[in-house]
Design a protein around this ligand. Structure first.
Ligand SMILES: [Cu+2]
Length: 378
């Protein structure tokens, strides 16, 4: 299971990346055309109040409305929207992921069962992430996005001797740059391509005290980065009609080569779809499904002993998961300068299906909080 490596997914991803390059080139050509027609749609421009078409009713051709709480996707979705030319957006996301107990395949397994095969069992793990983002749109067709994560991880363990210990890491994760290229815009439906790259700024040399000694290399899931350059291809579809909006995104992570500890994390695939309802000008709620599939580790860190603890085994990392998530978006469509245009959002989710190459810690719930503020640069 989880043979994402050497699978049709990889072939598909390579094709997608080639397509992205072609589309990037084409969209630059399109940009100059668009400018000469001086086309102007007010998407995501918070300073203008003249395009609340969806609230005025009886409009046949709807324009894309960037001033509704659900014009941004549920906050757990990255690279979900594009901006109008000359817009900047600052974002901050806080993400909390709680993992408790182990699973093999779709079955839960006890710590005792894990300890039959390993000296140490991971019992639970918390992952926190502060994600700072900046978006800028040089044209109506291209939005550039940069994201810097700060990650904090903590994992508890039980040993065969019955003692417990905790390991902790924190620091900058992998910085990501993504180009969002709008390839289709039919006023109330849009498609953009996500062409991203992740840079190996996150540490893969994190150490902490364990029963084996004071300064031990920590297993794979406690590291802060992938150690490799990773391609982040994707495609996003968005729609809105009256008070309803919807969208879906297909995205991947493709590891390029091997890191300097002689391994590369598994490739990953994410398919998500959501629907949202705009209750008033200022609040919307959403429901979302998110399918994630990630592969095992290729190669191995020679400082880790896979017989000791399952987190150190490169073949016990892959899995599939389907999450169900519920979110609320708030948007200040009116108010004084600096308040107007502010967005706050929250999304909470939990797996409804989980299939892990294990023993591996299972995910129990995921929470994302976010703040977004778009403003015109000129
Ligand atoms: Cu934005």
């Amino acid at each position: 299971m989880n043979n994402l490596r050497n699978s049709p997914v990889i072939t598909g991803s390579v094709l997608l990346n080639t397509m992205i390059l072609v589309l990037l080139f084409l969209s630059f050509t399109q940009k100059t055309e668009a400018q000469s027609h001086s086309e102007h749609n007010h998407d995501q421009a918070p300073m203008q109040m003249d395009d609340h078409a969806h609230h005025s009713g009886s409009v046949n051709v709807q324009k894309w409305d960037g001033h509704r709480p659900d014009s941004n996707a549920p906050i757990g979705v990255m690279g979900d929207h594009t901006h109008h030319k000359g817009m900047f957006m600052l974002t901050y996301r806080y993400k909390y992921m709680s993992m408790n107990g182990n699973r093999m395949g779709t079955n839960k397994v006890s710590n005792q069962k894990v300890l039959e095969d390993f000296m140490v069992a991971p019992t639970d793990m918390d992952m926190q992430m502060h994600m700072f983002g900046l978006m800028y749109s040089p044209t109506d067709y291209i939005t550039l996005m940069g994201m810097v994560p700060y990650i904090k991880k903590s994992m508890n363990h039980l040993t065969r001797m019955g003692s417990r210990f905790k390991t902790e890491t924190d620091g900058i994760g992998d910085i990501k740059f993504t180009g969002l290229i709008k390839v289709f815009d039919n006023h109330d439906q849009r498609i953009h391509i996500n062409a991203g790259m992740s840079f190996p700024t996150g540490s893969i040399d994190e150490k902490d005290k364990t029963p084996a000694g004071p300064n031990q290399q920590l297993p794979y899931p406690m590291q802060l980065g992938s150690g490799t350059f990773d391609l982040l291809p994707g495609i996003t579809y968005l729609g809105q009609h009256n008070d309803l909006s919807w969208g879906s995104q297909l995205s991947g992570v493709i590891r390029l080569g091997e890191n300097d500890r002689d391994y590369s994390l598994g490739n990953a695939l994410d398919i998500t779809a959501w629907g949202a309802w705009d209750w008033y000008n200022w609040v919307s709620s959403s429901a979302r499904l998110d399918w994630q599939s990630w592969g095992n580790i290729d190669g191995a860190d020679s400082a880790l002993d896979p017989a000791l603890v399952p987190t150190a085994d490169p073949n016990l990392r892959g899995g599939n998961r389907l999450d169900l998530l519920f979110g609320v978006n708030f948007y200040a469509s009116q108010g004084p300068t600096l308040i107007k245009g502010q967005r706050l959002a929250v999304e909470f989710g939990f797996p409804i299906y989980q299939d892990l190459d294990g023993p591996q810690l299972e995910t129990d719930w995921v929470l994302t909080l976010g703040w977004q503020y778009a403003f015109a640069a000129y």
